[in-house]
Design a binder for this molecule. Sequence first.
Ligand code: COA
Ligand code: HC5
Length: 627
Amino acid sequence: MLRAFYRSLAPPIRHSSLRMPLKGKIPGRRMFSVQDSLPRLPVPPLDQTLNKYLRVVQPLLTPEEFKETKQIVEKFAKSPGPELQEKLLHRANVTENWLADWWLDTAYLSPRGPIMIHINPGLTMPPQDYTDEKGQLKFAAKLIAGALDFKIMIDEQTLPVEQLGGKPLCMLQFYKILSACRIPGPKIDTWKNYPPNEPNPPGHIIVLRNNHIFSVDVYDKSRKPLPVSQLFKNLKIVAEQSQQSTAPLGILTTENRNTWGSAYKRLCKDKDNKKAFDVIHRSIFVLCLDRLFPLDNPDSRLTVTANQMLHGGGSDLNTCNRWFDKTLQFIVGPHGICGLNYEHCSAEGPPITALVDHVVNFCDKAEETTNSPVESDPPRRLKFNLDTQTLEDIEAAKVHADSQISDLDLTALTFNHFGKAFAKSSKVSPDAFIQVAIQLAYYRIHSEHGSTYESASTRMFQSGRTETIRSCTPEACEFTRAMSEGKPREVTEKLLRTAITAHRQYTADAISGQAIDRHLLGLKLAALESGQNVPDLHMDGAYATAMKFKLSTSQVPSKASKTVMCYGPATPDGYGVCYNPKDEKIHIAVTAFNTSPETDSSNFVRVLEQSMLDMRTVLGETVTSKL
Ligand code: COA
Ligand code: HC5
């Protein structure tokens, strides 16, 4: 059935003008060719999950608390655990992916907090060398052309199938990142996308400048992508028509979802507004042409760029010039600063960075052309009728957004001492090395262990998204304590290697659907869906502690240099840590909240750098002594 679905999507084959191999491609396999043969996400055995759960909560609890939790878990194993497990197994039998819809609702559509900073990651792109508005528009035109070039491979399903650990991955996320949008609701949001096989697929993007919202066609009448020269011409028209800033409707997308959802519902009663919203939702992506912001502050350029990509710098800078509900917002600032902000419903970081890598490569190579003019409609400013209530809502949203932005503390930098190559030469997993270093840094600063979330991809399964790697393993804790106690190197080296192996094992479990977080969530949702109470296991303080992630981390690799993703912490007193490991360096972005007296992103980065250097010593000396 699925195969027929994908076949029905397949358009006639044309060829992308510029191809870039994706990491780990399987040559010759078309995008959905292995989709049907991908396994389904398993439901792990109940006792396996419960045993692992006890193992991961132990380091976070006092011995008394642990004893109590153990009793609660033993009770759950008798009832209602087995009955809920049955329900999950049944769901897994009758759905393509037992978790997919639940996850979309639980992680994204139901939570009512703002998506700016908290859900939408920012992504920096390598700085460009233009310094004026003409350069900004020229680069933006190339960027649009690069994204459309990647879109050809999505539309024609010619993207090579990605793989992880030698296994092919589900490619569905690529089909959901363009022409997609989150739509607010007063109680729950929805997510919509307009796939390329629909009869009248979208052929426009949205361009935001000085808060004005324009619809700009990017295809000619015969649906060929417009040449860069024509795109540039259209962007110039947008720039000419948006010299003065206007009421920033887009700032409402930074609000609590209930607030924005109610405002949206009211605004939609007006026909013009409803029509204009649809144009935004359908658009292929958003392009934000930003205004000048100060670069002469003490932060590094990378930190300033990351802030612009994550939140836009405040309502007097570029935060109003955004539409955070849109799946993809390319951001092109003056002075060569550029990147992207993306809404998370559709996809994790890797498909986004694959697209960005392609765009960066395309822009580097794109020649200046002066094609003869092509027939296309000029940009159209979207017409919104804003009542007094909406103007008041906008003012309130500015205040809320600014207070969140001033609370965000972000440090982005490149660790230049070594990268993946060193870890590999020391025969350890680079990702596990970095994760254990994050544990060490946290322990050095806080003298305690903190519940940690690392994203693992479950795209080996049909419609797979993620599972949690709980990096705060008992082995990592033992190592961090030994380091802090100044134990001899022979001891710390052994403990470090053990911690790295434990992390690697957790990763292997997570990517093969055998970790615990999604299973425990499924058991809870199975109870709720059948009208039962939330089980005691999930009401226990230990579960709450385990879910209070002091460290929210992920690896988001890219091919393009100087690319780093960033997102806010998951708890008020936690950190968000994202890294992009290269062979000889690691790009890192850390966030914290200023309102938390215990956390400081620049201090965390400093201690993390020192932790990695110390861990190299622990491993490096061994390598030398073995020679
Ligand atoms: N000795 C030598 N080399 C080793 C090694 C060892 N002991 N262990 C691993 N390596 C190598 C690997 O073979 C790999 O080689 P490659 O560069 O040729 O591919 C490289 O080191 C990197 O492996 P590692 O660092 O162990 O991690 P990984 O690439 O398998 O990534 C995850 C681990 C968890 C990040 C990955 O499985 C994943 O799920 N990624 C997606 C995360 C995601 O979705 N992020 C976005 C969230 S929005
Ligand atoms: C319990 C809800 C956690 C939300 C998870 C989330 O959004 O995580 C991001 C992606 C993922 O699915 O792992 C990752 N990040 C929080 C580390 C940015």
